[in-house]
Structures are given as C-alpha cells and as structure tokens.
Unconditional design. Structure first.
Lengths: 510, 113
C-alpha cells in the first residue's frame, strides 16, 4: 500500500514524458502509451477505492517528511472516488479522441496525461499550496488542450479562459500568502488545528484570506458571476477535451467541500463564511444556466450550460452542512460528470453527421443512424434533466432531501424543479429539431467514415447513467460512507498529524 | 518598512487591475505581470520582514528568517513566468487569427464613446 497513493500522479506524468520524448515516433506510438497508461490508471484507482472502502485513511508523506512540515497525500473514500471518476471519464474521452481528434494538432496526448496529473493531484493532496501547484498543472494542460485544433473560435475562447484563470491564480496566491502569514502553516489538518486559536484581532484578516480562497474555488467551479467563461470555453473546445473538462468544475466543488468541512467548520468565525450568500448565488447560477440552455444556438453550448447548472445544484446544497448534503453532492458529482462528459461526445457525434450544419440547433440533413444516436440522446437527456428513472432523478432527490431541514428549502426546491422542467422541455425541442425535422429536399452531405474507437468511447459514457442507476444502492451507500468520513474532522487530523500532535512552533517576532 | 511594502503592493495591484481591464491584449499582459509581482512580494512578506536575518540555523544566531515563503515565492515566480509566457504566445496567436489585438478579438465599432 505504501507507495500506491502516488501512482495516480506518477503514472500519467511518466506517460506524458514518454509521449513527449517519443513524439517523433508518430501518433500511433503516443496513442498506445496514452491508452495503456490510462488503462493502468483506471485499474490503479479501482484498487485505491477498494482499499479506501474499508474506511481507513492512507497518508503518504512525500520524501518521508512528516506532516505538517512535508507535503502529504491523503486518501479517503472521497478522494479515492474522485480519482476513480477521473479515470472513468478519461478513458472513454481518450478513446473518442483516438478516433481522429488527436491528429488535429500537436502534442494532444502529453497534454491529456498532464491534465490527469493535475486533476488527480488536486484530489489527493493534503496541503493547500500543493493544491495550488496541481491546479496550475491542470490549468496549463487545459490551456493547451483548449487551443488544440486551432481556429479563430478556440483562440478567442482561450484568450478569455487563460487571462481569467491567470488572474484567478494570482488571487489564490494572495490568499495563500495571507493564510501562511497569519496561521503559519499550509497543511489542511494543521490549519484546522491552528484556526480556533487565532486571536480575535487577527480573525478579520484570516476570514478575508479564506474568503479569497473561496472566490478562487468558485471561479473554477463556475459560480455566477464568475461563470461567463464556461460556455465560451467549453463550447469551443474539441469534444473529447470538453468531455474531460466536465471534471474541471468539479475540482472546484471538491476543493470547496474539502476546505469547508476540514478547515472552515473548525472555528466559529469561519464556519459561517458561506452562510449569507452561497445559496442565493447558487440559485441564480441555476436560473441563468437554465436561461442559457434555452438561449443557446449550438448543442455543445447547451451542454456547457448544463455543466453550469450542475455547479449551481451542488453549491446550493454545500451551503447546508451535514452528512446528508455531502453524500448527495458526492453522488450527484459522479453522475453529472459522466453524463455531461458523455453529452459533449454525443453532441460531436451528431455534429459529424450533419455536414456544415454541425451542432447548430437548426434543421439539417438526415442523420445516418437516427435510432442509435437518438436512443443515446434519449438516455443522456433523461439522465441530465433528472426525469425518472435514471441516475439524474436519484441524484436530484438526494439533493432535495438533504436541504429539507434548511430555511432555504423552498427556494432551492423551486429552483431545482423549475430548472429540471425547463431543461427537459428544451432538450425535447432540441431533439425534435435534430432528429425529426430533417431537410429532405437537399442533397445529403457525404457521411464521414464510422470509427469504432469513437463509438466505443461514446457508448461507454452514455451507458454510465444506466449503470449508475442499476448500482445506485451500493454507489449511494459509498457516497454516504464517504460523506460520514468527510465530516469527521478529528479522524482526518489524527490520521495526518498523529493522535496527539505536538507541533513546536517558534513564536514569530511581531 | 512595513508601510513602504504595503504601499508598494497596493500600487502594484491597483495598476495591475487597471491594466488587466484595458481593451488591448498588450496592456492586459502588462497588468498580469504587475499583479504577479505584487503577489510575489506579498508571499515574501508573509514570512515577516526582517533585516540581517538568514534563513539558516547558524551557530550564535538567534533571529532567523522564515525560509518557507522564500521557497513558495520561487515556485510562484516560476509558475507566474510560465503562465505569462503562454499568455503572450496566445495573444499573438489570437492577433494572427483575428487581425486585431482587442481582447474581444473583434475591433469595436467606430463612433462616439
């Protein structure tokens, strides 16, 4: 077990290095390296989940420096599930990309693997500066992937996305500087220990520092008003890239969840940091995302707005602390990542068959195989809008139940249910335009050749929601156990720092 | 010394934000650079300001500077530099693709502002 924890970071890093040094050997070589590495990553993360399932924390001290002086990686049920989710999303996205998208630019595979390094690192780390570093790794890779394929739209989206995220990184650093300056540590568990001892004169500054941190995470999660980059960027990215990006907003949600339960909840003056605003802002995010779904002119932009709605749903519930809400968020995170990822691939598969109409929501030529693509669309649309019987419905029920004790119950319920209804209607309208109203009096464009790899990737992600529904008993049980472990701060602190941590700190000259 | 430092950081941040909000990519890049300078200095100050104190445990020395912010600031400088280089490359690419250096990649309509 000892070194298994660092495998999800080292493996893609190694694969990226091999792809990069060997990229003169041609695309086939890179594809094999990338594919085998992702497959190995999937098996490694299954093993990690199996070991985390027992409910113990595994702590890996990098370089064997003990926490809080060294950097630690911490594996619990939640981080293991997130690492597995990343691999489950990455493999189909990679298969789809290998169907041709990766040949449209250079260095797709090294960037893809580096993206996985960043995502897995962000999920596993137990140190907040290390979290920043992994955020930067995943951002840098995502800058490259977003621009992959070239073209005016992607250059334009990249410029907005990159500038916004660079400024976000500056805010992150400023928050870290303040946190280290005030608390003298950057380890999550140690921060939780130090926080209640902050003298009252310093509390305002510490609170400000954490508020800055929350703003950065909200930017990554795409919470209104920091979410206008999302439809632009995700709508412009290539389909397999956009599918992988479906998990990037979840990294922000995960960071918020982790910080709020481990650190912020530990002291009175930071515990109420979300209270006065988060639910309201999340409801506005849901409303604007829903309006975006109605207003979008392209299917991939519709899906981008669906990603934004899912952020709103999860953050509306994060504001209500507790095991039930954390469990609901974890379950919904698994569902919505896989389903929206699959939807991005599906939008591209539909666009491929419509010639110059692509994924624009207008009447176009007949799709070659309307039964198969139509059924896939039906499954994904039912899952994403939360209509019974698929996993979206179960996820939304869990979310709604978890806020039932909160004073914000009614507004959240209305927002979630109204948004589900509107999304279902909008997706039905879209389907009828795409599948049922073909232009028959024009010559059809030549269909592109079918690609087995692409179909395989697409079907794997489309099947995710039915599979999640069939296994919903065990998955929601796992989510519940993960949530219980997540809110148990003392166990986390003990696992990282030892049972009775006595950290000798030198008094700073004031 | 604290006053000078905080004034310096404040002025850098103010100029950085102003430049980031400008409409040409070149000013935006300058703004990002200024912001990253400000943040780097802020991290450095996070270890408290001291004169004549080395970040080393030398025999006979009782006052030490905190070495950790110096390591952090090194990481931040490297990452900030890499990011800025990427933004420059991207801005050139966007200029090439669209023919304008406006941040919206569309030249605004001429007329009264």
């Amino acid at each position: 077990m000892s070194h298994a924890l660092i495998v999800p970071i080292l493996l893609p890093l190694l694969a990226a290095a091999i792809c990069l040094t060997g990229h003169r050997n041609g695309l086939t070589f890179q594809r094999w390296v990338s594919f085998l590495a992702t497959l190995a990553l999937l098996s490694a993360s299954v093993l990690l989940v199996a070991s985390a399932m027992r409910g113990e924390y595994s702590v890996y001290a990098i370089g064997d420096w003990p926490a809080p002086f060294g950097i630690v990686l911490v594996l619990d049920r939640l981080s293991a599930a997130m690492v597995l989710l990343t691999a489950l999303l990455a493999l189909p996205a990679l298969l789809y990309a290998m169907g041709g998208a990766d040949a449209k630019g250079q260095l797709f595979h090294p960037l893809f693997q580096l993206q996985l390094v960043g995502i897995n690192g962000a999920f596993l780390t137990g140190d907040i500066f290390n979290l920043f570093v992994f955020f930067e790794v995943l951002l840098l890779a995502s800058y490259g992937l977003l621009a992959h394929g070239g073209g005016f739209l992607r250059a334009r989206a990249s410029l907005v996305y990159v500038v916004l995220n660079v400024v976000g990184s500056m805010l992150f650093l400023a928050a870290l500087a303040l946190i280290y300056g005030m608390l003298g540590t950057l380890n999550f568990a140690d921060l939780a220990l130090v926080l209640p001892q902050v003298p009252e004169s310093d509390q305002a500054l510490v609170r400000t520092a954490f508020a800055l941190l929350v703003i950065v995470f909200a930017l990554k999660a795409a919470l209104i008003p920091l979410s206008f980059w999302l439809p632009l960027a995700y709508g412009a990215a290539m389909a397999p890239v956009a599918a992988l990006f479906a998990i990037l907003t979840k990294v922000g949600v995960y960071a918020l969840l982790r910080t709020s339960t481990i650190v912020l909840a530990n002291a009175e003056f930071t515990a109420n940091l979300f209270e006065p605003w988060l639910v309201q802002v999340a409801i506005v995010t849901i409303a604007l995302g829903t309006a975006g779904v109605l207003a979008a002119l392209r299917l991939s932009v519709v899906v981008a707005y669906l990603v934004m709605i899912s952020t709103g749903l999860m953050l509306a519930v994060i504001a209500v602390p507790g095991v039930a809400s954390a469990a609901a968020i974890i379950y919904y995170m698994l569902h919505s990542t896989l389903v929206t990822g699959g939807f991005f691939l599906l939008a591209d598969a539909i666009a491929n068959e419509r010639g110059e109409h692509a994924d624009k929501l207008e009447r176009g030529p007949q799709i070659r195989d309307p039964t198969i693509l139509g059924s896939a669309y039906l499954i994904v649309a039912v899952a994403v809008s939360g209509v019974p019987p698929l996993s979206g419905f179960l996820g939304k029920v869990m979310l709604l139940q978890s806020v039932s004790g909160s004073p914000w119950r009614l507004p959240v319920w209305i927002a979630v249910l109204a948004s589900s209804l509107v999304v279902a209607l909008a997706l039905a309208r879209t389907a009828s335009v795409l599948f049922w109203e073909p232009i028959t009096d024009e010559p059809r464009p030549a269909y592109p050749p079918t690609s087995v790899l692409r179909n395989l990737g697409l079907m794997a992600l489309v099947a995710a929601s039915p599979l999640l529904t069939l296994t919903s008993g065990s998955v929601s049980g796992y989510a519940r156990a993960a949530a219980e472990q997540l809110v148990d701060r003392q166990a986390y602190i003990e696992a990282v720092l030892g049972a009775a941590p006595r950290i000798i700190r030198e008094q700073r000259p004031r | 010394m604290e006053l000078i430092f905080s004034l310096g950081i404040g002025v850098l941040v103010a100029c950085g934000i102003y430049l980031v909000l400008r409409e040409r990519t070149f000013s935006v890049i300058l703004g990002i650079t200024l912001l990253s300078y400000a943040v780097n200095v802020l991290i450095f100050v996070g270890g408290r300001l001291m004169i004549g104190a080395a970040p080393l445990m030398l025999p006979g020395r009782t006052v030490h500077a905190d070495p950790l912010p110096q390591a952090l600031v090194l990481t931040a400088i490297v990452i900030g530099f890499g990011m800025t280089a990427y933004v420059v490359a991207l801005a050139l690419r966007a200029k090439e693709e669209s023919g304008t250096d406006h941040v919206d990649t569309v030249e605004p309509e001429e007329g009264p502002r």
